[in-house]
Write a protein that binds this ligand. Structure first.
Ligand SMILES: Cc1cc2nc3c(=O)[nH]c(=O)nc-3n(C[C@H](O)[C@H](O)[C@H](O)COP(=O)(O)OP(=O)(O)OC[C@H]3O[C@@H](n4cnc5c(N)ncnc54)[C@H](O)[C@@H]3O)c2cc1C
Length: 396
């Protein structure tokens, strides 16, 4: 049996080395707090897909000193545009690019998830990542918390942070709820940009909205790849998975009647993965004694605001700011309570917005869709996003 951490200071254990867990380790390091991150996978890896990184999260990463490596791999789209599924009529365009940096002092970026994951891993303290360590149970004792792993080993810590995703083991100690089926699935794929030069040479986040489904397209990997997320109505409720393969013929068939630009992008894909989308209802409480959760373990949300990972990064910044000044294990529960208090309303609002968009982005043609389109045409000023992009997660 051994303890998490070495030397003086709190013994901090993070379960899960996804974007949220790694961002937490990197943010704690900024406060001079060393933690141990336990990851079930045998190798550090991320899904082969893209991610939109909004200024509310890129600002955190910049303050962690990651601006330079991010700039090297990310794409800075000029705008986000929404178009009608059949005619291609522009419904709304919001400037990003320089406008975003001027307004929020941080950029809107699109990245390959594996690039972001690698950058975060290099920002973690040396020796803090422990692979092939699947946490099976977390048990709180009077003075400490014990983590039991699937290989029979045990670690002791003063505080345990569950960053272990939608099927979180740490969350299981806080609630008995189940993931909630959204009625939608997504196909995700990456196309070589030389097949779609328009997307590389004129980078934008392009959304196409139609009845029952929508498609999001943007470049990643320094512009070498084009990321596609094509939503379709769900067929089955199967547990959402990180690895299910989809069939490119199915997604092309689902978008058969759509604008030629969308069909061209789907034709450029060699393979796609398929995700049945779930979220969960907000937890009554994220924190119990010396345990808490963050990212998808705390508030798994639908991807329809492109904010799940962004919120995990915000959580990491806020948690580090609450835990950073703590030196005595007895003060841990109060610090975790403060973390939850500063994050809850924020993540509840974003979570609800993502659920609302599940309907809003998929309206059938008719009066409601026309009302939505009229709103999209008038709400194009970046200031409409201040509530989301202008948030400073370090200020607790
Ligand atoms: C189609 C789609 C598009 C998306 N697009 C965006 C976007 O553009 N922008 C955005 O911000 N978000 C987006 N998201 C959401 C985003 O992917 C998630 O919110 C984010 O990955 C959550 O990160 P996390 O670290 O909290 O959890 P995860 O990424 O799920 O990481 C959890 C980690 O914990 C490990 N783990 C799990 N259980 C255990 C255990 N018992 N012991 C040890 N380790 C364990 C896992 O192996 C994994 O490494 C999208 C999601 C989808 C499905």
């Amino acid at each position: 049996m051994s303890s998490t951490g070495s030397g003086p200071g709190l013994r901090v254990a993070v379960v899960g080395a996804g974007i949220g867990g790694l961002a937490t380790a990197a943010a704690l390091k900024k406060w001079g707090v060393r933690c141990d991150v336990y990851e079930q996978a045998e190798h550090l890896r991320e899904v082969g897909a893209g991610l939109q990184l909004a200024p509310n999260a890129s600002a955190v990463l910049y303050r962690l000193g990651l601006a330079e490596p991010l700039r090297r791999v990310a794409v800075r789209p000029a705008a986000v545009e929404m178009r009608r599924w059949d005619t291609g009529t522009l419904l709304g365009r919001t400037e990003l690019g320089a406008a975003c940096e001027e307004r929020y002092a941080a950029p809107y970026l699109t990245v390959h998830r594996a690039d972001l994951h690698r950058i975060l891993a290099t920002a973690c303290p040396e020796g803090s990542l422990h692979l092939a360590m699947r946490c099976a149970e977390v048990v709180e004792h009077d003075e400490e918390v014990r983590l039991h792993f699937a290989d029979g080993s045990e670690r002791r810590a003063d505080v345990v942070i569950g960053a272990d995703g939608i099927h979180s083991t740490v969350r299981a100690g806080l609630a008995t709820d189940s993931p909630r089926y959204s009625g939608t699935m997504v196909y995700r794929g990456l196309a070589p940009a030389d097949r779609l030069p328009r997307h590389r040479d004129d980078p934008r986040v392009r959304l196409w909205l139609g009845p029952g489904q929508h498609c999001v397209i943007y470049p990643v990997s320094e512009g070498d790849k084009v990321n596609v997320v094509a939503t379709v109505p769900g067929r089955e409720r199967t547990q959402e998975s990180w690895t299910a393969r989809g069939d490119v013929a199915d997604v092309r068939a689902a978008y058969a009647g759509w604008h030629a630009e969308v069909r061209e992008v789907l034709l450029a894909l060699d393979e796609v993965s398929l995700w049945v989308l779930h979220d969960r209802d907000p937890l009554p409480s994220w924190t119990l004694g010396r345990r808490t959760v963050l990212g998808d373990a705390a508030h798994p949300m639908l991807p329809f605001l492109a904010q799940g990972a962004n919120q995990a990064i915000e959580d990491a910044a806020a948690l580090a700011a609450c835990l950073g000044p703590v030196t005595c294990p007895d003060d841990v529960p109060a610090a975790l309570t403060k973390y939850e208090a500063v994050r809850r309303d924020r993540t509840d609002t974003v979570h609800a917005g993502a659920r609302r968009n599940n309907g809003m982005l998929h309206l059938p043609d008719g009066p409601e869709q026309r009302r939505r389109d009229a709103e999209l045409a008038t709400a194009t000023d970046l200031s409409n996003q201040d509530w989301l992009y202008g948030h400073d997660a370090f200020t607790v």
